[in-house]
Design a binder for this molecule. Structure first.
Ligand code: DQA
Length: 134
């Protein structure tokens, strides 16, 4: 699940987020894990992300890899949604948020997540997935 501005991957600040779009990366992940169903959702809207967490978070899937984008640093509402649902969520970031601006060093959502992966480029999603698969 991807939050705001992540629909622009491949176009957006490519020196930080890389030149590849998410669609192609996800196709590669699906090929690598043929036995895992990987659904995808992206929204630029906080409420839509929360609605999706509620929708899938009670057994419709086994876990969520979540890049909440900048909402990571601001959203108590997303924190509460993660706390409310019953499946594990792994927080991911493409960039190493701790090597960036101070305001990116704090995550509102980490305390409710099973784990945090940050700084491995798009491969952060794979590492998070492997964490969920155990
Ligand atoms: C990000 C890091 C956030 O600080 C930023 O607001 C993003 C992307 C990342 O994947 O590195 O939108 O979550």
């Amino acid at each position: 699940m991807n939050g705001p501005n992540l629909n622009l991957l491949g176009k957006r600040e490519t020196e930080i987020y890389g030149v590849h779009d998410f669609k192609g990366y996800l196709e590669g992940l699906r090929e690598r894990y043929p036995n895992v169903r990987l659904d995808f959702f992206q929204s630029n809207m906080e409420g839509a992300l929360i609605d999706k967490l509620h929708e899938v978070g009670f057994g419709k899937c086994d876990g969520i890899v979540l890049n909440a984008g900048a909402y990571t640093h601001t959203s108590i509402a997303i924190l509460d949604a993660i706390k409310a649902i019953s499946i594990p969520v792994v927080e991911v970031h493409i960039s190493n948020v701790f090597a960036r601006e101070q305001y990116r060093h704090h995550s509102m959502i980490s305390e409710a997540c099973k784990g945090v992966v940050t700084g491995f480029g798009l491969d952060s999603y794979r590492v998070a997935l492997e964490g969920l698969l155990g």
